[in-house]
Ligand binder design. Structure first.
Ligand code: SF4
Length: 487
């Protein structure tokens, strides 16, 4: 892909720098890409929401806005755009989310400022460090005083976590090198290749464009099981795409993988077999035994799906769809009833567990289907926390059936991922709320949760979460039915 309207010597902004660290192609597309191809993601809104909560916990006074607020010495200042030229002559710009007043001496008086960033995950990444260093570089000129340290914060369930980051010479040097490389990337006329770690793509606004290119070119990352490391290894031995992998001899590949430290002995065979079904667009049965023997005599099943807030390790919604025969003599399980159970902080987990038990114990012989290992782990851990005996937990475990695990053991499908979304969409299931996904559900939850039981947000959001969670359960059931038909 070539840039349609090429902008040479672009200003190197903190945003471009952050995106370049994530993926060089992303920074290039941000500058030269077709804006109409961008897709919205709830992830950015979640980040901003977390940032706002973290900043509010750090600076309790209303922050000032713009450069005048710096001069007036507000405790926190937002809305400042800092500009400058680096020693190598690059035009740079930063839009710091927050500047915090600290002790010191600046051109405005007996105080100075330092940059503050909110982090979402646990790690203080290179992206955070270099963003802080760029802001520090520009802030020094603005305030006429050195910026020797900065602050990274995160509001968690345990309170506000703070980490000071020193702006040392080594970090400044890294910044200058990265800015030079960013400049080179932005000034190349061709779009950089797809990132080798395509996990990052799920949250990127350019994912539609890049996924289409990966599919069209048979990019190796399209083969389920190939991450960045394996892809580089395959490319090093001349296997450049999915079609070439599909034609590779597995004994040859096994030797190469083993000499590169691969532990699993059948991985070469698995990768080639997966590439083959994708290249030929066929399905392949791996195991002949019945896929769900537990369902053959059952009067009904539960399908179970959890919605979680990973940042605070909270499973806030346990959704069960009860599926049974509408007519006693009907061959099919066709009637569905949805039971959403919220775990609200003010009620505590014990109440949620009591409600879950009441539902699943009413039909104690019914299997509980779920997609992926998370649900089984979370439910059994919850049972243990609530004091259930090891015998009860053993019985619960026996009822839980991981549809994803059974699918992987019995079938190969011509798809690039075996996630619930990909598999269910491939067999023709549609989520009722277009564009909804896990981050979206989390955003609705946080917006509804508000500040507690007396300050809830829009009730429409909780209805949207229930609908999304119910659809996840129904998608799991559609996959199960498809597998049963193929059995
Ligand atoms: S979708 Fe992936 S490859 Fe494309 S720009 Fe984003 S992170 Fe990079």
């Amino acid at each position: 892909m070539m840039a349609s309207s090429f902008r040479n010597n672009a200003i190197l902004t903190d945003r471009l720098l952050r995106n370049w660290i994530r993926c060089k192609r992303k920074a290039w597309l941000d500058l030269h890409g077709d804006e109409t191809k961008r897709l919205w993601s709830a992830h950015r809104t979640l980040q901003l929401d977390h940032q706002q909560k973290s900043f509010a916990a750090l600076i309790t006074q209303q922050p000032g806005s713009g450069k005048k607020a710096l001069q007036e010495g507000y405790l926190g200042v937002v809305g400042v755009r800092l500009k400058g030229i680096t020693t190598k002559g690059f035009a740079v710009e930063a839009h710091p989310p927050l500047l915090q007043k600290i002790k010191g001496r600046s051109r405005w008086g007996e105080f100075a400022f330092r940059p503050v960033l909110a982090r979402q995950g646990k790690k203080i990444t290179r992206e955070i460090r270099l963003s802080l260093a760029l802001t520090a570089l520009l802030l020094e000129k603005e305030q006429g005083a050195y910026v020797n340290n900065s602050l990274v914060i995160s509001q968690t369930s345990k309170g506000l976590e703070k980490t000071q980051i020193s702006i040392r010479e080594a970090l400044k040097e890294q910044l200058q090198n990265s800015l030079s490389q960013l400049h080179n990337t932005l000034n190349q006329s061709n779009c950089p290749p797809l990132t080798s770690n395509r996990k990052k793509c799920a949250l990127c606004s350019w994912r539609g464009l890049c996924n289409a290119e990966a599919l069209a070119k048979g990019h190796l990352s399209e083969v389920s099981g190939i991450g960045g490391h394996r892809r580089e290894m395959l490319k090093a031995i001349g296997i450049n795409n999915l079609y070439e992998l599909a034609e590779t001899n597995h004994h040859f590949l096994k030797k190469i993988l083993q000499s590169n430290g691969e532990q699993q002995s059948d991985v070469a065979f698995q990768l080639i077999a997966q590439a083959k079904v994708q290249a030929k667009q066929i399905i392949e049965k791996i195991k002949q035994e019945s896929i769900f023997p537990e369902l053959s005599n059952s009067d009904g099943v539960f399908v179970y799906d959890i919605e979680s807030d990973p940042d605070i390790h909270e499973d806030f919604l346990h959704g069960f769809v009860k599926i049974y025969r509408e007519e006693k003599n009907s061959q099919e399980l066709n009637k569905t009833i949805y039971h959403p159970i919220l775990t609200l902080y003010e009620h505590g987990e014990a109440i949620a567990w009591k409600r879950i038990k009441a539902i699943i114990n009413k039909y104690a012989s019914w299997p509980i289907l779920h997609y992926g290992e998370t649900e089984a782990l979370s439910l059994c851990r919850m049972a243990a926390r609530q004091g259930e005996s090891s015998e009860t937990i053993k019985i619960l475990k026996e009822r839980l059936i991981d549809v994803h695990d059974r699918l992987r053991k019995h079938w190969r499908l011509p798809i690039n991922s075996y996630s619930l979304k990909t598999v269910a969409t491939w067999i023709g299931f549609n989520w009722r709320q277009v564009g909804s996904d896990g981050p979206h559900a989390l955003l609705w939850w946080r917006q509804w949760k508000g500040l507690g039981k007396n300050q809830r947000g829009n009730s429409e959001n909780i209805k949207r979460i229930f609908k999304y969670n119910q659809d996840d359960c129904l998608a799991t059931w559609e996959i199960t039915k498809w597998l049963l038909k193929k059995d």
